[in-house]
Design a protein around this ligand. Structure first.
Ligand SMILES: [Zn+2]
Ligand SMILES: [Zn+2]
Length: 496
């Protein structure tokens, strides 16, 4: 088989049914003789008034129009073999291809290990619910399940008026009953009583859903999905569309985060340094930087005491303490910016130092360069022309937060490109002004705390408290810059 299948796909958006017609009609000698036998067997039943409330399969044939075959309640086996409840004589259909269970208004299709597969709306399935409006395909035979299939009859009936499935067949010119290219379900009318909660399982009113299908967006309880145990975690799959189902609460949280604005997330930045291991990280940093400050102070005093010539040997360790604190601090700040812009919500620990040059000297040089480039021109021009110098200085300072962001995310001083900095500021002026204003507040607060505690005549305490407050403030500010990027990625479009 296979070679004689001259399948011609007509993909026309206007007439989605056309594609099916072509698929089934074109030279398939064994095509649809089965229909006659099937009809001979079943239509008599269907026409019998005693059986009029039986579930029906609807077949469409060219000139003769629409015909139906009956889906009996319970299991209906379909396949090429004559022993099936509904034999389908088509070379692409397996001997025993699939089983259709019709029970309680629901049509469930189960593949019986067929060679060419069972599909619902082109998605291969092993077991799935067939929804009204969907197309079931066995091999290359398509069966349409019309949307009106499950409407309950007005006649007194012990059972809902059958599920009918329409079989697509070539040569008909009647319009498609429904756009079947439409995505599966999602906005289905509720089947359940009006008491149904908005987050209830699709199949169980009153039972809150815990899972959501990522593909069709339908909510389910645990028992309404197919669960596969993969290692030590469970993978849930949707019985409607075979999509993966994920935890509803986590999904909503992720969606909320994806759609959050800078303004929404801004208040959370102040909690950020105290989240998870945050306090420990801050405390360690405080001790480290207070110690480095203290060491630098002692070395400075020694140099001052010995004079520059004699104290020269102390100059190098003094410079080292500066490079270490500045480099390490900036590496930490860059970590926060990159972690935040990647959507990470917990403060990263202090950076690992694997090499003194890469992890300390390079960040120190990078950020010293940043400051020099931004503030330098103003300082140089100040003696020449005060207004120009002040203007340049203010402009440079105004660009500092954005430059930190661009340099951090570019992971290079290439981020200092003035065009990039100016155009980025102009793309997000509001959030950027807020970030600048908060930076001023944070610097002011840190300075105030430090000078306030200097009034206390206790050794080292002012330095430690001041360090702690300014580290907290820096962490908040870097978080804000990271959030500025995270919530404006598309607008800024730095990385293509
Ligand atoms: Zn789904
Ligand atoms: Zn359920």
């Amino acid at each position: 088989m296979g070679s004689e299948k001259h399948v011609r796909l007509v993909t026309s958006a206007a007439t989605p049914f056309a594609s099916i017609l072509e698929l089934t009609l074109v030279p398939r000698p064994l095509g649809f003789e089965f229909l006659s036998t099937l009809l001979a067997k079943k239509t008599t039943n269907a026409l019998n008034p005693a059986n009029r409330f039986m579930s029906r399969l609807l077949i469409q044939r060219g000139a003769s129009g629409t015909q139906e075959i009956v889906l009996k309640p319970g299991a209906n086996r379909l396949g090429r073999n004559e022993e099936n409840d509904l034999p389908i004589n088509d070379p692409t259909v397996s001997g025993f291809h699939c089983e259709i269970d019709f029970e309680h208004d629901t049509v469930v299709v189960k593949d019986l290990g067929s060679t060419n597969g069972t599909f619902i709306n082109s998605v291969p399935i092993r077991q799935a619910i067939l929804e009204p409006g969907q197309t079931l395909r066995l091999g290359s035979v398509e069966l349409f399940f019309p949307p009106d299939a499950q409407t309950t009859t007005t006649l007194p009936s012990p059972r809902p008026a059958g599920a009918r499935v329409r079989l697509a067949k070539a040569g008909m010119d009647q319009p498609p009953p429904q756009q079947q290219s439409a995505p599966p379900v999602a906005e289905e009318p509720p089947l359940a009583p009006p008491l149904r909660g908005p987050d209830d399982c699709r199949n169980h009113s009153g039972i809150p859903a815990t899972l959501i299908c990522q593909q069709c967006g339908v909510l389910f309880c645990k028992s309404c999905v197919k669960t596969i145990h993969a290692g030590n975690r469970d993978v849930h799959s949707c019985l409607l569309c075979a999509g993966i189902c994920v935890n509803l609460a986590q999904h909503r949280k992720a969606v909320a985060k994806e759609t959050a604005t800078f303004g929404n997330l801004l208040p959370t930045a102040f909690k950020y340094p105290l989240q998870q291991d945050g306090p420990v990280i801050l405390l360690c940093g405080t001790i480290l930087f207070a110690f480095l400050d203290f060491a630098r102070l002692i070395l400075l005093k020694v140099i001052a005491f010995l004079g520059l010539f004699l104290g020269l040997s102390f100059l190098i360790p003094m410079v080292l303490t500066f490079v270490m604190s500045a480099g390490y601090l900036f590496a930490y700040m860059q970590n926060i910016i990159t972690a935040t812009s990647n959507g990470n919500d917990n403060p990263p620990g202090w950076p690992q130092i694997s090499g003194f040059w890469d992890d300390v000297v390079v960040p120190c040089l990078r950020y010293s360069t940043t400051l020099a480039v931004l503030v330098g021109p103003g300082i140089v021009m100040l003696p020449v022309s005060t207004p120009l110098g002040v203007t340049l200085l203010l402009l440079g300072l105004f660009c500092v937060p954005m430059a930190f962001l661009t340099v951090s995310l570019a992971d290079s001083i290439a981020g200092l490109n003035p065009l990039l900095i100016f155009s980025s500021i102009s793309k997000v002026p509001g959030p950027y002004l807020i970030a600048c204003a908060l930076l001023l507040v944070i610097i002011g607060l840190g300075t105030f705390c430090e000078s306030f505690f200097r009034l206390a005549p206790i050794f080292i305490v002012p330095a430690v408290v001041g360090k702690f407050v300014s580290l907290y403030g820096l962490t908040v500010e870097m978080r804000i810059l990271g959030l500025l990027y995270y919530t404006n990625k598309e607008k800024l479009s730095w990385f293509g």
